[in-house]
Write a protein that binds this ligand. Structure first.
Ligand code: PEP
Length: 249
C-alpha cells in the first residue's frame, strides 16, 4: 500500500549538510512507491531542489506566514515558498503552538493563505499528556480540527494531510499504542464525515507522528487506517529515513 512519508528536520542541519542528504535520498529512493515529503529549514530549499527536481520527492516547509506580504520582519510568505518550488507546508506543529503561541485561529488563517497560494498543508494536531490522562484527548483533538478547518471547503481537503501527533510522543521515545492510534484516526475520520461528507471522511489523508524510528516504523505505518507518518528525529539519519521511505507497506 502506498504511504505518505514526511520528514520534519526542525531546526537541525546546515544547507551544506543537505547536499549529501538530498543526493543520497533522491538516488536511493528512485523505485519507491511511497510519497516522500522532506521539510527542511528554509535555507535548504535551493540545494534540496538541485536533487529533488525530477525525482519523486516533494519539498515542504515547516512554517508559513498568515499574511500575504508586507511589514512582517523575519516571516516567510506562501508565495515565497511556492516560488521556491515548495509543494507542502507544515501548519500547527505543537512546537509552534507552544513556543510561538500559535492559536487555532492563526492556524486557520495560515491554512487559508497557504491553500490560496497553491500550497498543500500538513496540519498537525494532538493532545498533551494531561489532556490524555483526563480522558479528554478525543474532544480536544476534535476541537483543534474543527477550528483549523473553519471556512475550508470539501474540495480543498485534497490538498490537506492531517498529522495526528500526540505531544507526549514527540521526541520522547514513547509512541502512542496501535490501539490509541486506530481509535484517534477513526475519530478524526468520523469528524471529517460530520463536518463534510462520508466520502471526505474516507478519503482524507491521515498520518501519525511521534517517536517513529527505525525499530518501530513498520508496525505503525503498515496500519491500514493510516496513510503514512511524520517523522522528526529519526528522519535526520538519511540511511534510516531511506529504509523507511522505500518500505513496501
Ligand atoms: C515531529 O517533530 O513532528 C515528530 C514527530 O518528531 P519525532 O519523530 O522526533 O517524535
Amino acid at each position: 500500500m502506498k504511504k505518505i512519508i514526511i520528514s520534519n528536520f526542525k531546526m537541525n542541519t546546515t544547507p551544506s549538510e543537505m547536499k549529501n542528504y538530498a543526493m543520497t535520498l533522491a538516488t536511493k529512493t528512485k523505485g519507491s512507491k511511497n510519497k516522500i515529503i522532506i521539510c527542511p529549514p528554509f535555507t535548504h530549499f535551493a540545494v534540496a531542489n538541485q536533487f529533488f527536481e525530477g525525482s519523486k520527492i516533494s519539498l515542504g516547509a515547516q512554517n508559513v506566514s498568515d499574511a500575504e506580504s508586507g511589514t512582517y520582519t523575519g516571516e516567510i510568505s506562501a508565495s515565497m515558498l511556492k516560488d521556491s518550488k515548495v509543494e507542502y507546508v507544515i501548519v500547527g506543529h505543537s512546537e509552534r503552538r507552544s513556543r510561538f503561541k500559535e492559536t487555532d485561529k492563526l492556524i486557520n488563517k495560515k491554512i487559508k493563505t497557504a491553500l490560496a497560494n497553491g500550497l498543500k498543508v500538513i496540519l498537525c494536531i494532538g493532545e498533551n499528556l494531561a489532556t490524555r490522562e483526563a480522558k479528554e484527548a478525543g474532544n480536544f483533538v476534535k476541537k483543534q480540527l474543527d477550528d483549523a478547518l473553519k471556512g475550508i471547503y470539501e474540495n480543498e481537503l485534497e490538498s490537506l494531510i492531517i498529522a495526528y501527533e500526540p505531544i507526549w510522543a514527540i521526541g520522547t521515545g514513547k509512541t502512542a499504542t496501535i490501539k490509541d492510534i486506530q481509535k484517534m484516526v477513526e475519530l478524526l475520520r468520523k469528524e471529517i464525515s460530520y463536518l463534510y461528507t462520508d466520502k471526505a471522511g474516507e478519503k482524507i489523508n491521515i498520518v501519525y507522528g511521534g517517536s517513529i524510528d527505525i525499530n518501530n516504523y513498520k508496525k505503525i505505518i503498515s496500519l491500514p487506517c493510516l496513510n503514512g507518518a511524520l517523522i522528526g528525529g529519526a528522519s535526520l539519519n538519511v540511511d534510516n529515513f531511506t529504509v523507511i521511505s522505500k518500505e513496501n507497506y
